[in-house]
Design a protein around this ligand. Sequence first.
Ligand code: SF4
Length: 441
Amino acid sequence: MVPKLKSSAMQEWFEQLPGSIGIGNVRYTTSGKCDDTSLLEGTQPITASLYRLKLALSFNGNLVNTFQLRNETDPQFPHLPYTCDSDLICRKLLLELEKSRDLASAVGECIRNIDGAFSVTGITEDGTFFAFKDQHGIKPLCAGHSPEEGTYAFSSETVSLEMNGFVRDFELEPGELVTVSKDGFKRQQIIKNPRKAFCAFEYAYFARPDSRFDGKYVYEIREEFGRNIVREYPEIVKDTDIIISVPETGDDPAMGVHEESGLRWERASRRHRYVTERAFILLNRDRCSTIDRKINILGSKIDRKRLIVTEDSIVRGDTTKVTIQKMRNSGAKKVYVFVTFPRIIGPCFYGIDMATYGQLIGSNHNPAEIAKIIGADAVCYQSIEGLVRATGLSRDQLCLACITGKYPTPLAQKMADEMKKKFLKGYQEKGRIYETCGTTP
Ligand code: SF4
Protein backbone atom coordinates (compact mmCIF):
# COMPACT_ATOMS: atom_id res chain seq x y z
CA MET A 1 0.00 0.00 0.00
CA VAL A 2 1.36 3.38 -0.95
CA PRO A 3 0.66 5.04 2.42
CA LYS A 4 3.00 2.54 4.05
CA LEU A 5 5.98 3.61 1.94
CA LYS A 6 8.26 6.13 3.59
CA SER A 7 8.70 9.14 1.36
CA SER A 8 12.33 9.62 2.50
CA ALA A 9 13.18 6.03 1.52
CA MET A 10 11.41 6.53 -1.80
CA GLN A 11 13.39 9.69 -2.48
CA GLU A 12 16.70 8.01 -1.63
CA TRP A 13 15.91 5.09 -3.90
CA PHE A 14 14.66 7.39 -6.65
CA GLU A 15 17.90 9.37 -6.66
CA GLN A 16 19.92 6.23 -7.30
CA LEU A 17 18.08 5.39 -10.50
CA PRO A 18 19.89 6.13 -13.76
CA GLY A 19 18.19 7.28 -16.97
CA SER A 20 15.38 9.66 -17.74
CA ILE A 21 12.34 7.41 -18.19
CA GLY A 22 10.45 5.50 -15.56
CA ILE A 23 7.21 3.63 -15.03
CA GLY A 24 5.51 2.60 -11.82
CA ASN A 25 2.26 1.04 -10.74
CA VAL A 26 0.07 0.98 -7.65
CA ARG A 27 -2.53 -1.37 -9.02
CA TYR A 28 -3.68 -4.32 -6.97
CA THR A 29 -3.93 -7.29 -9.23
CA THR A 30 -7.22 -9.00 -9.99
CA SER A 31 -5.57 -12.16 -11.22
CA GLY A 32 -3.21 -14.66 -9.61
CA LYS A 33 -2.99 -15.59 -5.97
CA CYS A 34 -3.86 -13.15 -3.18
CA ASP A 35 -1.31 -14.15 -0.53
CA ASP A 36 1.35 -11.57 0.37
CA THR A 37 4.21 -13.38 -1.40
CA SER A 38 2.30 -13.70 -4.66
CA LEU A 39 1.15 -10.09 -4.53
CA LEU A 40 4.75 -9.01 -4.06
CA GLU A 41 5.88 -11.18 -6.96
CA GLY A 42 3.17 -9.68 -9.12
CA THR A 43 4.26 -6.12 -8.35
CA GLN A 44 4.59 -4.02 -11.46
CA PRO A 45 6.35 -2.93 -13.56
CA ILE A 46 7.16 -6.34 -15.01
CA THR A 47 10.53 -6.64 -16.69
CA ALA A 48 11.34 -9.46 -19.08
CA SER A 49 13.66 -10.32 -21.93
CA LEU A 50 13.55 -12.57 -24.96
CA TYR A 51 16.81 -13.17 -26.84
CA ARG A 52 18.20 -9.64 -27.09
CA LEU A 53 14.94 -7.80 -26.55
CA LYS A 54 14.10 -6.29 -23.19
CA LEU A 55 10.88 -4.77 -22.00
CA ALA A 56 9.49 -3.13 -18.88
CA LEU A 57 5.75 -2.89 -18.72
CA SER A 58 3.02 -1.68 -16.42
CA PHE A 59 -0.69 -2.09 -16.98
CA ASN A 60 -4.10 -1.41 -15.53
CA GLY A 61 -6.97 -3.76 -16.32
CA ASN A 62 -7.39 -7.49 -16.44
CA LEU A 63 -6.90 -10.12 -19.14
CA VAL A 64 -9.60 -12.68 -19.86
CA ASN A 65 -8.02 -15.22 -22.23
CA THR A 66 -5.29 -16.11 -19.76
CA PHE A 67 -5.44 -19.87 -20.49
CA GLN A 68 -4.86 -19.29 -24.18
CA LEU A 69 -2.05 -16.77 -23.55
CA ARG A 70 -0.35 -19.10 -21.09
CA ASN A 71 -0.42 -21.99 -23.56
CA GLU A 72 0.93 -19.77 -26.27
CA THR A 73 3.74 -18.14 -24.28
CA ASP A 74 4.78 -20.66 -21.59
CA PRO A 75 7.31 -22.55 -23.78
CA GLN A 76 9.29 -19.40 -24.63
CA PHE A 77 9.39 -18.09 -21.08
CA PRO A 78 10.55 -20.80 -18.71
CA HIS A 79 12.44 -18.06 -16.83
CA LEU A 80 9.28 -15.93 -16.35
CA PRO A 81 6.79 -18.13 -14.52
CA TYR A 82 3.17 -17.03 -14.50
CA THR A 83 2.16 -15.14 -11.36
CA CYS A 84 -0.59 -12.94 -12.78
CA ASP A 85 -1.83 -11.49 -16.05
CA SER A 86 0.84 -8.75 -16.16
CA ASP A 87 3.35 -11.47 -17.06
CA LEU A 88 1.20 -12.57 -19.95
CA ILE A 89 0.83 -9.21 -21.60
CA CYS A 90 4.58 -8.64 -21.23
CA ARG A 91 5.36 -12.05 -22.74
CA LYS A 92 2.94 -11.55 -25.62
CA LEU A 93 4.31 -8.14 -26.52
CA LEU A 94 7.90 -9.44 -26.40
CA LEU A 95 7.03 -12.37 -28.67
CA GLU A 96 5.36 -10.07 -31.19
CA LEU A 97 8.25 -7.63 -31.03
CA GLU A 98 10.66 -10.47 -31.66
CA LYS A 99 8.66 -11.49 -34.74
CA SER A 100 8.10 -8.09 -36.34
CA ARG A 101 10.75 -5.84 -34.78
CA ASP A 102 8.15 -3.12 -35.04
CA LEU A 103 6.36 -1.70 -32.01
CA ALA A 104 3.18 -0.69 -33.85
CA SER A 105 2.77 -4.16 -35.42
CA ALA A 106 3.50 -5.87 -32.11
CA VAL A 107 1.02 -3.69 -30.24
CA GLY A 108 -1.54 -4.32 -33.00
CA GLU A 109 -1.17 -8.09 -32.52
CA CYS A 110 -1.64 -7.69 -28.77
CA ILE A 111 -4.73 -5.55 -29.20
CA ARG A 112 -6.25 -7.99 -31.70
CA ASN A 113 -5.46 -11.15 -29.76
CA ILE A 114 -5.87 -10.30 -26.11
CA ASP A 115 -9.41 -10.39 -24.69
CA GLY A 116 -9.76 -8.03 -21.77
CA ALA A 117 -9.01 -4.55 -20.52
CA PHE A 118 -5.49 -3.19 -20.71
CA SER A 119 -4.16 0.32 -20.49
CA VAL A 120 -0.43 -0.16 -20.82
CA THR A 121 2.72 1.89 -20.40
CA GLY A 122 6.14 0.47 -21.26
CA ILE A 123 9.77 1.03 -22.12
CA THR A 124 11.77 -0.96 -24.66
CA GLU A 125 15.49 -1.61 -24.38
CA ASP A 126 16.31 1.16 -26.87
CA GLY A 127 14.54 3.71 -24.67
CA THR A 128 11.23 3.94 -26.50
CA PHE A 129 8.59 5.13 -24.06
CA PHE A 130 5.10 4.14 -25.13
CA ALA A 131 1.50 3.62 -24.04
CA PHE A 132 -1.50 1.90 -25.58
CA LYS A 133 -5.06 0.87 -24.84
CA ASP A 134 -7.16 -2.17 -25.68
CA GLN A 135 -9.65 -1.79 -28.52
CA HIS A 136 -12.50 -0.87 -26.16
CA GLY A 137 -10.62 1.59 -23.97
CA ILE A 138 -12.16 0.04 -20.88
CA LYS A 139 -9.69 1.53 -18.43
CA PRO A 140 -8.60 5.17 -18.39
CA LEU A 141 -5.16 6.38 -19.49
CA CYS A 142 -4.28 9.96 -20.24
CA ALA A 143 -1.20 11.83 -21.41
CA GLY A 144 0.24 15.12 -20.27
CA HIS A 145 3.38 17.24 -20.16
CA SER A 146 5.24 19.46 -17.76
CA PRO A 147 5.61 22.94 -19.29
CA GLU A 148 8.66 23.86 -17.17
CA GLU A 149 10.73 20.75 -17.57
CA GLY A 150 9.68 19.43 -20.98
CA THR A 151 8.75 16.09 -19.43
CA TYR A 152 6.01 13.80 -20.73
CA ALA A 153 3.85 11.45 -18.72
CA PHE A 154 0.97 8.99 -18.82
CA SER A 155 -1.39 8.32 -15.96
CA SER A 156 -4.63 6.49 -15.31
CA GLU A 157 -6.15 9.60 -13.86
CA THR A 158 -5.70 13.30 -14.52
CA VAL A 159 -5.34 14.01 -10.82
CA SER A 160 -1.84 12.53 -10.63
CA LEU A 161 -0.71 14.63 -13.59
CA GLU A 162 -2.10 17.79 -12.05
CA MET A 163 -0.67 17.09 -8.60
CA ASN A 164 2.78 16.79 -10.16
CA GLY A 165 2.51 20.05 -12.07
CA PHE A 166 1.70 18.44 -15.42
CA VAL A 167 -0.87 19.66 -17.93
CA ARG A 168 -3.27 17.04 -19.27
CA ASP A 169 -3.08 16.84 -23.05
CA PHE A 170 -5.46 14.03 -24.05
CA GLU A 171 -7.10 10.74 -23.14
CA LEU A 172 -5.81 7.84 -25.23
CA GLU A 173 -8.38 6.50 -27.66
CA PRO A 174 -9.32 2.82 -27.65
CA GLY A 175 -6.84 0.91 -29.82
CA GLU A 176 -4.36 3.79 -29.87
CA LEU A 177 -0.56 3.62 -29.49
CA VAL A 178 1.33 6.70 -28.30
CA THR A 179 5.11 6.98 -28.30
CA VAL A 180 7.15 9.75 -26.76
CA SER A 181 10.28 11.49 -27.99
CA LYS A 182 11.88 14.77 -27.01
CA ASP A 183 9.59 16.43 -29.55
CA GLY A 184 6.48 15.21 -27.79
CA PHE A 185 3.77 12.62 -28.34
CA LYS A 186 3.26 10.66 -31.54
CA ARG A 187 -0.25 9.19 -31.80
CA GLN A 188 -1.13 6.18 -33.96
CA GLN A 189 -4.59 4.66 -34.26
CA ILE A 190 -3.75 0.97 -34.50
CA ILE A 191 -7.29 -0.42 -34.69
CA LYS A 192 -9.79 1.31 -36.95
CA ASN A 193 -13.32 2.14 -35.69
CA PRO A 194 -12.98 0.54 -32.27
CA ARG A 195 -16.11 0.19 -30.10
CA LYS A 196 -15.48 2.27 -27.01
CA ALA A 197 -16.60 0.67 -23.74
CA PHE A 198 -15.31 2.81 -20.90
CA CYS A 199 -15.90 1.36 -17.42
CA ALA A 200 -19.02 2.96 -15.92
CA PHE A 201 -17.96 1.93 -12.42
CA GLU A 202 -15.06 4.40 -12.62
CA TYR A 203 -17.62 7.20 -12.43
CA ALA A 204 -19.50 5.79 -9.45
CA TYR A 205 -16.69 4.46 -7.31
CA PHE A 206 -13.23 3.84 -8.61
CA ALA A 207 -11.92 7.15 -9.90
CA ARG A 208 -10.93 9.99 -7.63
CA PRO A 209 -13.57 12.73 -7.54
CA ASP A 210 -11.03 15.36 -8.58
CA SER A 211 -10.03 13.48 -11.75
CA ARG A 212 -11.51 14.47 -15.08
CA PHE A 213 -12.91 12.29 -17.85
CA ASP A 214 -13.80 13.99 -21.13
CA GLY A 215 -13.39 17.36 -19.49
CA LYS A 216 -15.83 16.71 -16.62
CA TYR A 217 -14.75 16.28 -13.03
CA VAL A 218 -15.86 12.95 -11.60
CA TYR A 219 -17.42 14.68 -8.59
CA GLU A 220 -19.72 16.70 -10.87
CA ILE A 221 -20.98 13.51 -12.45
CA ARG A 222 -21.54 11.97 -9.01
CA GLU A 223 -23.58 15.01 -7.96
CA GLU A 224 -25.74 14.53 -11.03
CA PHE A 225 -26.19 10.87 -10.03
CA GLY A 226 -27.65 12.12 -6.74
CA ARG A 227 -30.02 14.53 -8.52
CA ASN A 228 -31.15 11.71 -10.81
CA ILE A 229 -32.13 9.41 -7.96
CA VAL A 230 -34.23 12.15 -6.36
CA ARG A 231 -36.11 12.56 -9.66
CA GLU A 232 -36.56 8.80 -9.91
CA TYR A 233 -37.93 8.21 -6.38
CA PRO A 234 -40.11 11.24 -5.45
CA GLU A 235 -42.31 9.28 -3.01
CA ILE A 236 -39.31 8.16 -0.97
CA VAL A 237 -37.96 11.72 -0.86
CA LYS A 238 -41.28 12.91 0.59
CA ASP A 239 -40.93 10.39 3.43
CA THR A 240 -37.48 11.61 4.51
CA ASP A 241 -36.08 14.10 7.04
CA ILE A 242 -32.36 14.28 6.26
CA ILE A 243 -29.61 12.98 4.00
CA ILE A 244 -26.61 11.08 5.31
CA SER A 245 -23.73 10.00 3.07
CA VAL A 246 -21.44 7.01 3.34
CA PRO A 247 -18.12 8.81 3.09
CA GLU A 248 -16.36 9.46 0.83
CA THR A 249 -17.83 8.17 -2.41
CA GLY A 250 -21.34 8.85 -1.10
CA ASP A 251 -20.52 12.52 -0.38
CA ASP A 252 -20.78 13.91 -3.89
CA PRO A 253 -24.12 12.22 -4.67
CA ALA A 254 -25.37 13.51 -1.30
CA MET A 255 -24.71 17.04 -2.53
CA GLY A 256 -26.81 16.30 -5.62
CA VAL A 257 -29.62 14.79 -3.53
CA HIS A 258 -29.55 17.88 -1.31
CA GLU A 259 -29.70 20.29 -4.26
CA GLU A 260 -32.53 18.49 -6.01
CA SER A 261 -34.65 17.68 -2.94
CA GLY A 262 -33.95 20.65 -0.69
CA LEU A 263 -33.44 18.24 2.22
CA ARG A 264 -30.67 18.96 4.70
CA TRP A 265 -27.45 16.99 4.20
CA GLU A 266 -26.52 16.27 7.79
CA ARG A 267 -22.77 15.62 8.02
CA ALA A 268 -23.34 13.05 10.72
CA SER A 269 -21.29 10.23 9.22
CA ARG A 270 -17.58 10.84 9.55
CA ARG A 271 -14.70 8.89 8.14
CA HIS A 272 -11.69 8.05 10.30
CA ARG A 273 -8.83 9.98 8.73
CA TYR A 274 -6.17 7.36 9.48
CA VAL A 275 -7.97 4.18 8.46
CA THR A 276 -6.85 4.22 4.86
CA GLU A 277 -7.81 0.77 3.58
CA ARG A 278 -10.44 0.61 0.88
CA ALA A 279 -12.96 -1.88 2.23
CA PHE A 280 -13.77 -2.99 -1.30
CA ILE A 281 -10.39 -4.63 -1.85
CA LEU A 282 -10.04 -6.33 1.51
CA LEU A 283 -10.73 -9.97 2.16
CA ASN A 284 -14.11 -10.88 3.64
CA ARG A 285 -12.96 -11.16 7.21
CA ASP A 286 -11.41 -7.67 7.23
CA ARG A 287 -13.97 -5.73 5.27
CA CYS A 288 -16.71 -5.36 7.85
CA SER A 289 -14.37 -4.58 10.72
CA THR A 290 -12.65 -1.94 8.58
CA ILE A 291 -15.97 -0.25 7.81
CA ASP A 292 -16.86 -0.44 11.50
CA ARG A 293 -13.65 1.38 12.41
CA LYS A 294 -13.70 3.71 9.47
CA ILE A 295 -17.17 5.23 9.69
CA ASN A 296 -18.43 7.00 12.79
CA ILE A 297 -22.12 7.89 13.06
CA LEU A 298 -23.01 10.94 15.16
CA GLY A 299 -25.94 9.30 16.89
CA SER A 300 -27.81 12.28 18.33
CA LYS A 301 -28.09 13.84 14.86
CA ILE A 302 -30.01 10.95 13.39
CA ASP A 303 -32.00 9.77 16.38
CA ARG A 304 -35.70 9.31 15.42
CA LYS A 305 -34.99 10.62 11.92
CA ARG A 306 -35.97 9.21 8.53
CA LEU A 307 -32.81 9.03 6.43
CA ILE A 308 -31.72 8.91 2.83
CA VAL A 309 -28.30 7.27 2.88
CA THR A 310 -26.20 7.85 -0.24
CA GLU A 311 -23.92 4.99 -1.23
CA ASP A 312 -21.82 4.49 -4.38
CA SER A 313 -22.63 0.82 -4.94
CA ILE A 314 -23.68 -2.41 -3.29
CA VAL A 315 -21.45 -5.31 -4.25
CA ARG A 316 -21.69 -7.96 -1.56
CA GLY A 317 -23.94 -5.95 0.73
CA ASP A 318 -21.99 -6.76 3.88
CA THR A 319 -20.40 -3.36 4.42
CA THR A 320 -23.63 -1.45 3.73
CA LYS A 321 -25.31 -3.72 6.26
CA VAL A 322 -22.74 -2.75 8.91
CA THR A 323 -23.31 0.97 8.22
CA ILE A 324 -27.09 0.63 8.39
CA GLN A 325 -26.87 -1.32 11.62
CA LYS A 326 -24.85 1.52 13.13
CA MET A 327 -27.55 3.98 12.06
CA ARG A 328 -30.30 1.81 13.50
CA ASN A 329 -28.36 1.53 16.76
CA SER A 330 -28.27 5.33 16.85
CA GLY A 331 -32.06 5.50 16.61
CA ALA A 332 -32.69 6.04 12.87
CA LYS A 333 -36.40 5.53 12.24
CA LYS A 334 -36.20 4.83 8.52
CA VAL A 335 -33.25 4.13 6.26
CA TYR A 336 -33.61 4.51 2.50
CA VAL A 337 -30.41 3.70 0.62
CA PHE A 338 -29.82 5.71 -2.58
CA VAL A 339 -27.27 3.80 -4.65
CA THR A 340 -25.65 5.61 -7.55
CA PHE A 341 -24.39 2.55 -9.41
CA PRO A 342 -27.29 0.42 -10.68
CA ARG A 343 -27.76 -3.11 -9.33
CA ILE A 344 -24.67 -5.23 -10.03
CA ILE A 345 -25.95 -8.47 -11.50
CA GLY A 346 -22.82 -9.97 -13.03
CA PRO A 347 -19.08 -10.26 -12.45
CA CYS A 348 -16.40 -7.96 -13.81
CA PHE A 349 -13.75 -9.46 -16.08
CA TYR A 350 -11.86 -6.22 -16.57
CA GLY A 351 -10.07 -5.29 -13.38
CA ILE A 352 -12.61 -4.66 -10.65
CA ASP A 353 -12.36 -7.47 -8.16
CA MET A 354 -15.91 -8.80 -8.26
CA ALA A 355 -15.38 -11.85 -10.39
CA THR A 356 -18.01 -14.38 -9.34
CA TYR A 357 -21.81 -14.41 -9.32
CA GLY A 358 -21.84 -15.86 -5.84
CA GLN A 359 -20.26 -12.84 -4.19
CA LEU A 360 -22.76 -10.38 -5.72
CA ILE A 361 -25.87 -9.78 -3.68
CA GLY A 362 -27.57 -8.37 -6.79
CA SER A 363 -26.98 -11.46 -8.92
CA ASN A 364 -29.89 -13.36 -7.41
CA HIS A 365 -31.79 -10.84 -5.28
CA ASN A 366 -34.08 -8.00 -6.34
CA PRO A 367 -33.94 -4.56 -4.64
CA ALA A 368 -36.70 -5.44 -2.13
CA GLU A 369 -34.87 -8.60 -1.07
CA ILE A 370 -31.59 -6.73 -0.85
CA ALA A 371 -33.22 -4.10 1.38
CA LYS A 372 -34.40 -6.84 3.70
CA ILE A 373 -30.98 -8.52 3.84
CA ILE A 374 -29.07 -5.34 4.62
CA GLY A 375 -31.69 -3.96 7.03
CA ALA A 376 -32.89 -0.99 4.94
CA ASP A 377 -36.48 0.17 4.40
CA ALA A 378 -35.79 0.44 0.68
CA VAL A 379 -32.86 0.29 -1.71
CA CYS A 380 -33.24 2.80 -4.55
CA TYR A 381 -30.81 2.26 -7.39
CA GLN A 382 -30.15 4.91 -9.99
CA SER A 383 -31.45 3.74 -13.37
CA ILE A 384 -28.98 2.74 -16.07
CA GLU A 385 -30.41 5.48 -18.32
CA GLY A 386 -29.79 8.10 -15.62
CA LEU A 387 -26.23 6.95 -15.11
CA VAL A 388 -25.45 6.98 -18.82
CA ARG A 389 -26.95 10.45 -19.31
CA ALA A 390 -24.94 11.90 -16.43
CA THR A 391 -21.62 10.65 -17.84
CA GLY A 392 -22.16 12.58 -21.06
CA LEU A 393 -21.35 9.46 -23.08
CA SER A 394 -23.79 7.29 -24.98
CA ARG A 395 -24.73 3.78 -23.93
CA ASP A 396 -22.58 2.22 -26.64
CA GLN A 397 -19.49 4.11 -25.43
CA LEU A 398 -19.61 2.59 -21.96
CA CYS A 399 -18.96 -0.80 -20.44
CA LEU A 400 -22.11 -1.61 -18.48
CA ALA A 401 -21.48 -5.34 -18.39
CA CYS A 402 -21.84 -5.92 -14.66
CA ILE A 403 -25.21 -4.14 -14.62
CA THR A 404 -26.63 -5.38 -17.95
CA GLY A 405 -24.95 -8.76 -18.53
CA LYS A 406 -23.75 -7.57 -21.97
CA TYR A 407 -19.96 -7.83 -22.12
CA PRO A 408 -17.96 -5.90 -24.70
CA THR A 409 -15.47 -8.72 -25.37
CA PRO A 410 -16.50 -12.13 -26.75
CA LEU A 411 -14.73 -14.50 -24.37
CA ALA A 412 -15.94 -12.62 -21.30
CA GLN A 413 -19.51 -12.90 -22.64
CA LYS A 414 -19.12 -16.60 -23.24
CA MET A 415 -17.66 -17.31 -19.80
CA ALA A 416 -20.25 -15.14 -18.06
CA ASP A 417 -23.15 -16.86 -19.84
CA GLU A 418 -21.84 -20.35 -19.15
CA MET A 419 -21.20 -19.65 -15.50
CA LYS A 420 -24.54 -17.91 -15.02
CA LYS A 421 -26.40 -21.00 -16.22
CA LYS A 422 -24.49 -23.17 -13.78
CA PHE A 423 -24.83 -20.66 -10.93
CA LEU A 424 -28.60 -20.47 -11.33
CA LYS A 425 -28.71 -24.26 -11.01
CA GLY A 426 -26.90 -24.04 -7.66
CA TYR A 427 -23.27 -24.47 -8.73
CA GLN A 428 -20.80 -22.91 -6.29
CA GLU A 429 -18.01 -21.07 -8.03
CA LYS A 430 -14.47 -21.98 -7.05
CA GLY A 431 -12.78 -18.64 -7.72
CA ARG A 432 -12.66 -15.81 -10.24
CA ILE A 433 -14.47 -17.03 -13.34
CA TYR A 434 -11.67 -16.17 -15.77
CA GLU A 435 -9.21 -18.18 -13.69
CA THR A 436 -11.32 -21.25 -13.15
CA CYS A 437 -13.21 -21.47 -16.43
CA GLY A 438 -10.97 -23.10 -19.05
CA THR A 439 -13.10 -21.96 -21.98
CA THR A 440 -11.26 -21.41 -25.26
CA PRO A 441 -12.39 -18.66 -27.62
S1 SF4 B 1 -17.98 -4.97 -15.89
FE1 SF4 B 1 -18.57 -3.23 -14.60
S2 SF4 B 1 -16.83 -2.83 -13.28
FE2 SF4 B 1 -16.13 -4.13 -14.94
S3 SF4 B 1 -15.32 -2.75 -16.49
FE3 SF4 B 1 -17.46 -3.11 -17.00
S4 SF4 B 1 -18.60 -1.48 -15.97
FE4 SF4 B 1 -16.55 -1.55 -15.08
